[in-house]
Design a protein around this ligand. Structure first.
Ligand SMILES: [Zn+2]
Length: 273
């Protein structure tokens, strides 16, 4: 019996067979060596990028909030999905996401103290038969506790300034009132985006705001994402396999999507101090 690694391939009796056999072994070994070398090279390349990505995230600069909000009439704080269904109730609630709430509340309060009065809250508010439920378990159905704004934001003294924009998908702009709000507020050119999930709705929302400004030729527009105010969930491989879901590496995806936003012109900073 001949095997790819050639261990038992040397059992030929005449010299010709031995030569042919050895030649096949040599070809197999070269092939395997080539495949392995290619695999190792690809892994090395991936590792080099992941090392760079880690360092990039670690060295993100902070930004001074007061300088950023030099003219509050041009600024809006945009919150993605800070509803109970992603923080503390239902199948998609995540402790990691709930962990950003104090930093988000701090940004809301300081921005308000600096004179900002535009706060846009994009919130999952799903139809009971939303097609998104083929990808995610049913969540944040309109009228349910999960679809309610988190108490920490709802209880802010200036909550009357909030503009809630319901959404029925992971998109902030498709089928929502966001674009018409932007059209009605052309003076708003600085957007501070916070919320969850970094790689899903935050990514879509921040990228849309950047693209929208680019298309309008708004040279002074800024879309800013403070990394300490966005987060995503974690679902380890083993746990995912158990429930038949796709795994979700929270730390890696947080990093990759911060990068992906920065790559597309969003200002990703460690925090707004
Ligand atoms: Zn949803």
């Amino acid at each position: 019996m001949e095997t790819l690694d050639g261990i038992s391939a040397g059992g030929f009796t005449d010299s010709e067979s031995t030569i042919r056999g050895n030649a096949r072994i040599a070809v197999s070994q070269t092939l395997i060596k080539g495949i392995c070398t290619e695999g190792v090279m690809k892994m090395d390349k991936d590792k080099a990028f992941l090392d760079w990505l880690y360092q990039w995230e670690q060295s993100l600069p902070s930004l001074d909030l007061e300088e950023t909000i030099s003219d509050p009439s041009h600024v809006a704080v945009v919150s993605e999905d800070l509803v109970k269904g992603f923080c503390n109730a239902g199948p998609l609630a995540s402790e990691r996401v709930a962990g950003i709430v104090p930093a988000v509340v701090d940004i809301f309060e300081r921005a308000h103290n600096l004179g900002v009065h535009h706060f846009l809250l994009l919130q999952d508010t799903h139809d009971p038969d939303a097609l998104e439920f083929s990808a995610y378990p049913p969540h944040c159905v309109a009228g349910s506790e999960e679809s309610e704004m988190i108490d920490e934001l709802r209880s802010l003294a200036f909550a009357n300034l909030f503009t809630v924009i319901p959404k029925n998908s992971i998109s902030s702009d498709v089928g929502t009132g966001l674009t018409s709000w932007l059209d009605q507020h052309p003076e708003i050119i600085t957007f501070i985006v916070v919320g969850d999930c970094t790689d899903i709705c935050v990514y879509h929302g921040a990228t849309y705001l950047r693209v929208h400004a680019n298309i309008l030729g708004e040279a002074k527009a800024r879309v800013i994402v403070p990394a300490n105010c966005v987060q995503t969930y974690d679902l380890p491989v083993e746990a995912a396999v158990e429930v038949g879901a796709m795994p979700h590496g929270g730390d890696l995806l947080q990093r990759v999507f911060l990068y992906q936003m920065a790559l597309n012109g969003v200002e990703v900073v460690s925090s707004l101090t």
